[in-house]
Write a protein that binds this ligand. Structure first.
Ligand SMILES: [Cu+2]
Length: 272
C-alpha cells in the first residue's frame, strides 16, 4: 500500500526573501546611493537603477511563480517521471536566458557605453590636468606649474621627505612642479583629467560622490576623468586594501572656481 507523503505548507522563507528584495531594490531606487556631484555620475546611477529595477522585477516574478507552484504542488503524492515534454522544458530554460541577455545588453550597450565614453573617451583640449600618486599611505598630488608640463620623475630619486615623487632637478619642466600632500584642487564645471601613478603597491583613486574609482599600479600611468558640478570639498579615499594603514589613506578633492583655483596655485611654491 502506498503512503501519501505530506509536506507542510511553509512559504515563510519565500516571504522573507521577497520582502528583503523589496527593501534592497526599493532602497536603492529611493536614495541609498550617495549624492552625485559629477556630470557622468548620473549615468552610472542610471545603470545601477536600471539593473536593479529589471533584475529585481524578474526576481519578484520568479518568487511569485515559485510560491505558486510550492503552494499548489507542495502537498500530495510525489510524482515520478517527466511531467512535461522535453520541448516545453527547453523553452522554459531558453526563454529566460534570452530575456536576461537582452536586459543586460541594453544595460551595457544603450546605457553603459555612453557613460564609458565620458569616463575613458578623448578629453577636450581645455581639460585641467593634475597628477595623483598613491603611496602607502597617502596621496601625493602634483600640479604642473606655470609651464603646464609635468617634469621628469625618477623612482631612484624618491625620498620620503626631501623629494617624495623623485622629481628630476635637471629637467626644467620639473623645476616649477608643485607637490602637495592629500589635497587635489580642481576647477568646477570643467573636465579634470587625473594622471594616476603608484609608488609601491596597487591603490585605487576613489571619489564616491563623483562616482570615480580607478586603480593605480606601480610602473604604469592610468587616467581617469570627470567634470565636477559643484563647488565644495569631497572625500578622496583609497579603495584597494593596500596595507595596514589603508584605512587612513584619505585626502580631499577641493572643487573651486577658476579664479580661486588660480589664486591658490599662485600661492604654492615649486617643490624643488
Ligand atoms: Cu592605498
Amino acid at each position: 500500500m502506498s503512503e501519501t507523503t505530506s509536506h507542510p505548507r511553509s512559504p515563510g522563507f519565500g516571504i522573507v526573501f521577497f520582502l528583503l528584495g523589496i527593501v534592497v531594490v526599493g532602497g536603492f531606487g529611493v536614495g541609498w546611493l550617495p549624492e552625485v556631484k559629477s556630470a557622468h555620475g548620473h549615468g552610472i546611477d542610471g545603470v545601477i537603477r536600471y539593473l536593479l529595477g529589471t533584475t529585481g522585477a524578474l526576481f519578484f516574478l520568479g518568487c511569485i511563480v515559485l510560491g505558486y507552484f510550492v503552494m499548489k504542488y507542495g502537498r500530495g503524492e510525489a510524482q515520478s517521471g517527466a511531467i512535461v515534454s522535453n520541448r516545453t522544458q527547453a523553452i522554459w530554460a531558453i526563454v529566460p536566458v534570452l530575456i536576461m541577455c537582452a536586459i543586460s545588453e541594453v544595460g551595457v550597450l544603450v546605457m553603459g557605453l555612453p557613460v564609458f565614453a565620458e569616463v575613458y573617451g578623448e578629453a577636450p583640449d581645455d581639460a585641467y590636468e593634475v597628477e595623483v600618486v598613491g603611496k602607502q599611505f597617502e596621496w601625493l598630488v602634483r600640479y604642473p606649474g606655470p609651464d603646464g608640463v609635468f617634469g621628469e620623475v625618477d623612482h631612484a630619486k624618491v625620498h620620503e621627505t626631501r623629494n617624495p615623487l623623485g622629481l628630476v632637478k635637471s629637467d626644467p619642466a620639473a623645476q616649477d612642479d608643485i607637490v602637495v600632500r592629500g589635497k587635489v584642487h580642481i576647477p568646477v564645471d570643467r573636465m579634470t583629467v587625473v594622471r594616476l601613478r603608484a609608488l609601491d603597491v596597487i591603490h585605487s583613486f576613489t571619489v564616491p560622490l563623483f562616482r570615480v574609482k580607478q586603480d593605480t599600479l606601480p610602473g604604469y600611468t592610468a587616467y581617469t576623468q570627470f567634470t565636477p558640478e559643484e563647488v565644495g570639498v569631497f572625500e578622496l579615499a583609497c579603495a584597494e586594501l593596500c596595507g595596514l594603514g589603508h584605512y587612513r589613506m584619505q585626502g580631499s578633492v577641493i572643487v573651486e572656481s577658476e579664479e580661486s583655483l588660480k589664486n591658490w596655485l599662485s600661492e604654492q611654491e615649486p617643490w624643488l
